[in-house]
Design a protein around this ligand. Structure first.
Ligand SMILES: Nc1ncnc2c1ncn2[C@@H]1O[C@H](COP(=O)(O)OP(=O)(O)O)[C@@H](O)[C@H]1O
Ligand SMILES: [Mg+2]
Length: 226
């Protein structure tokens, strides 16, 4: 089943001579439960693509459909709810709230949504992420790998339709990086979680179902690995 459909997506930044075409007519479809790796050199448009899919940046033209819903046909308030419920974003530098502990960071999207925390899911995630005995720690009391695991928990807490990770291992050594990818693959298997991961690491890309290459804002490669 098709989960994500991107049609003729274009994004330009700036005006006049300083204008940059970050995405140039990108058309792409992702199946539910698929694990897709996006590769490409720096400045090729990878982050822009993730941000637009995630509803945190708006396209200049083109369409994004998630689960059949035209994402940018939604009004601001609905778009904000869409972001909280349907998308889990993971960044290179974790983006945790420094004054909140592990459990508070993980449950923040649920509380912001004024919904009740599913305690069972929380415990299951803490267990899966190896954070059960770190639940009251603050981010600065955790290693980089642990902090990234917290951000995975936060991304998964609302059981989003798609998890978008922008170079999630870019700040970690290879062992911790592989551990993070292993956890993402586990959530992909266990929950059928659709995963789109931007990476520089060929080893990580080769673990995906499909590799998509971006070059100068265009898709330059679209290759099924398994
Ligand atoms: N907010 C912005 N304002 C102006 N230009 C931007 C902005 N964000 C990205 N760009 C430009 O768009 C292009 C693609 O950027 P980005 O998507 O971040 O690339 P990548 O993630 O592949 O390194 C780059 O040339 C970058 O300089
Ligand atoms: Mg980037």
């Amino acid at each position: 089943m098709e989960l994500l459909k991107i049609e003729n997506l274009c994004k330009t930044y700036g005006k006049g001579e300083s204008q940059v075409m970050a995405l140039d007519d990108v058309t792409l479809s992702v199946e539910k439960g698929e694990f897709v790796a996006i590769i490409g050199s720096s400045g090729s448009g990878k982050s822009t693509l993730l941000h637009i899919v995630g509803g945190v940046d708006v396209p200049t033209s083109g369409k994004v459909y998630l689960d059949g819903q035209d994402v940018y046909a939604q009004k601001n308030e609905k778009l904000a709810i869409f972001r909280r419920r349907q998308v889990g974003l993971i960044y290179q530098f974790y983006n945790l709230i420094p004054t909140l502990n592990v459990v508070e960071n993980i449950t923040l999207p649920v509380l912001m949504d004024k919904r009740e925390v599913n305690k069972e899911r929380l415990e299951e995630l803490l267990e899966m992420l190896g954070l059960s005995n770190r639940r009251n720690h603050l981010p600065n009391q955790l290693s980089g790998g642990q902090q990234q695991r917290v951000s995975i928990g936060r991304a998964l807490m609302n059981a989003p339709a798609v998890m978008l990770a922008d170079e999630p291992t870019g700040n970690l050594d290879s062992q911790n990086g592989q551990e993070i990818i292993k956890l993402m693959k586990e959530s992909n298997k266990k929950y059928g979680q659709t995963l789109i991961v931007v990476t520089h690491d060929e080893n990580i890309a080769l673990q995906a179902d499909r590799i998509i290459g971006i070059s100068d804002g265009k898709i330059s490669r679209n290759e099924r690995v398994r």
